[in-house]
Write a protein that binds this ligand. Structure first.
Ligand code: SF4
Length: 271
């Protein structure tokens, strides 16, 4: 019965990133400002649209979005489609926190230095990579997406990437949740227990900035997400990010993304 069903369905596992995948291209990411020319009239308070303080307006009226704070509630896109739009596709991760702010604030030189430093550290991790996941107060959404990476559709084992229960065996630390005080020390200890070289990925808007329970609401979380507890190498916004976006962040950290799939701002000196 199951064998027949398998034969009938064929191979469902994605070949992404080696081959394009239609579904990867349409997954939704945080809101953005499509052009740097977007201006807000002095009489309108577009920043008030956002429940997490992701939208900022300069004195000149120039609008910017911190995608690291966006929880994809859709209020800005619904109210001002002329000013805001959704991002799409898996290339959402950034190698610096400043890179998540659009229009960009990161200089190409600073980004190239970060990219080169990470490349040196992860050069030895190309073929067999183990992930340790720590939940620091997540609502559970990111965990579903991380677990989906193990199902037959995404199957990260095909790329030599595996989950491990022990930080002693881990190369990459995936951190979800805003970094609640009770999880700060366990997270620190997990990071310390990992061997070098090690990479930290903040997975989801909560981990990147605190999200809806972050500093904009004076909530009892750490001030700005898990970057206040451990040094973050890759910042992945999304509420939650799709499995394709998580996979893209992993491959970005390992310098294994094809050039076309690397986020434009992170290309730096990509070979
Ligand atoms: S959280 Fe909502 S209002 Fe704020 S930037 Fe994201 S989609 Fe727009």
């Amino acid at each position: 019965m199951w064998a027949l069903r398998g034969l009938r369905n064929g191979v469902l596992t994605t070949r992404w990133p080696a081959r394009p995948d239609e579904y990867a291209a349409v997954t939704r990411g945080p809101a953005t400002v499509p052009t740097s020319a977007a201006r807000a009239d002095s009489s309108e308070n577009v920043a008030a649209l956002c429940p997490t303080g992701a939208i900022g307006v300069a004195a000149s009226g120039a609008v910017r979005i911190d995608r690291g704070r966006c929880i994809l509630c859709g209020r800005c896109v619904a109210a001002r489609p002329d000013m805001f739009a959704w991002t799409s596709g898996p290339a959402l991760a950034a190698l610096s926190r400043a890179e998540l702010v659009v229009p960009g604030q990161e200089t190409p030189e600073a980004l190239a230095a970060v990219t080169a430093g990470l490349r040196v550290r992860t050069g030895a991790l190309r073929r067999s990579v183990h992930l340790r996941h720590v939940d620091t107060g997540s609502d559970g959404a990111e965990e579903w997406e991380i677990l989906a990476l193990l199902n037959p559709v995404y199957d990260i084992h095909r790329l030599g990437i595996f989950l491990t229960a022990s930080p002693r065996h881990a190369d990459i630390l995936l951190v979800t949740g805003p970094g609640t005080p009770g999880m700060a020390e366990p997270l620190r200890q997990t990071y310390e227990a990992m061997p070098h070289p090690k990479v930290v990925i903040a997975v989801g808007t909560d981990a990147v900035s605190g999200g809806i329970v972050g500093p904009a609401h004076d909530a009892p979380t750490t001030a700005g997400g898990v970057g206040d507890i451990v040094p973050v190498d890759v910042w992945l916004p999304g509420s939650p990010p799709s499995p394709f976006a998580i996979l893209s962040a992993l491959l970005l950290a390992l310098d294994r993304l094809p050039t076309a799939a690397v986020p434009r701002a992170s290309r730096g000196g990509k070979r």
